[in-house]
Design a protein around this ligand. Sequence first.
Ligand code: NDP
Length: 449
Amino acid sequence: MFKNEYLQKVYAEVEARNAGEVEFLQAVREVLESLEMLVEKHPEYEKNGLLERFCEPERFIQFRVPWVDDAGKVHVNRGFRVQFNSAIGPYKGGLRLHPSVNASVIKFLGFEQVLKNSLTGLPMGGGKGGSDFDPKGKSDAEVMRFCQSFMTELQRHIGQFTDVPAGDIGVGGREIGYLYGQYKRMRNEFVGVLTGKGLTYGGSLARTEATGYGLCYFTEEAMNNMMNDSLKGKTVVISGSGNVAIYATQKAQQLGANVVALSDSSGYIHDPDGIKLDVVMEIKLSRRGRIKEYVEAVPTARYCEGCSGIWTIPCDVALPCATQNEIDEAGAKALVANGCKVVCEGANMPSTPEAINVYLANGVLYGPAKAANAGVVSVSGLEMSQNSLRLSWTFEEVDQRLQGIMRDIFHNAYHASKECGAEGNLMVGANVAGFLKVADAMLAQGIAY
Ligand code: NDP
């Protein structure tokens, strides 16, 4: 619990006001716990009600999304956009389409995004959105009609200088295309209002790869600096088999690691000889199939039902890239017992607080999501710059900038951890480094009476 009275009071208010929103409360609590020392040093935060404002979104929009399926039946989903904080730039953050989406999930993601975007060093505020629509099993035409209906409402709240959404779970190139088409149809403007666009209409090279690649760049930099080691020759377990997992696998392999496992929400595959990424890409990207189909192409690999067993596979490095709270205390203990020394997060908040305590108590190098998976939002920022400049940078140029940004994020988080007496605790470091910039901007901009 909090030692500082102001933090205690702020968290109690957040808890009362957002009762039952477990994911949001979990995210707020973790951040506030990291700020103890900072708050002691800065009495002006309390005087200016800074943390109360920081924990309350500037705007939360919820809307009805009606759409018609191929058989002519009408469905209604719920759409959300949280515009959490715009102190350092326009709101920026992805859209998630998944049945588990609700107000709590969107608020936790938006809250984390504020700090993540600040850490990139680019001028972007934090937002997030999505819907409880499940794209699984829907035809292209159904996904298109859903996206059009969703954007018909969302378009009145966003804009290139106001709020620039992107993809997340369930939102890839196809969905961004449909969303962008509808925005343009309704507003008659060809502007960079979404990132993750196709290359023919303003997208950036290296955007698709950015989260997975950035995760590996961050992990490599952290291992170099904190362990005098690298990914080369390491056994790596990666969860998920979506956008983040696939490109994390590709970059880890390029850096010389042996990636031995991937999963989806039904189960996981273990291939001790090393995952054949071309097989995975064919299944997941070309056919939108299931990960268990991998063993049909690679019979020496094994498939297990249920996804949590993936953490019992011995590895040096674990990169959770699926979803929130996918590693619990038991999963973290299994990782540590089998010799895992590094956990860096590709997914948002994939480790429960109990799992994080296990990492920290056992000296595991822990790279929290808001630092380790900031790659994509960095490249989104670069996509916005290219759109404004009406220029397209090469893959190599974008990749170089991404590497630089991920290295800087590690060093900023590490430096901040040292400054507040928790050297090497990158969770504290990332929270503090991300928060300081937003806090300064909020103080400078005053309060509207
Ligand atoms: P995708 O939709 O492309 O893939 C998600 C993958 O995770 C799928 O393989 C899915 O399987 C699997 N999955 C879902 N739930 C579980 C579970 N409980 N256990 C195991 N696997 C599961 O999403 P992304 O790759 O884009 O996103 C993954 C994570 O990374 C999310 O937390 C997201 O917020 C985060 N992230 C994504 C970014 C991006 O640019 N895409 C940027 C920054 C963070 P199934 O097909 O069965 O559902």
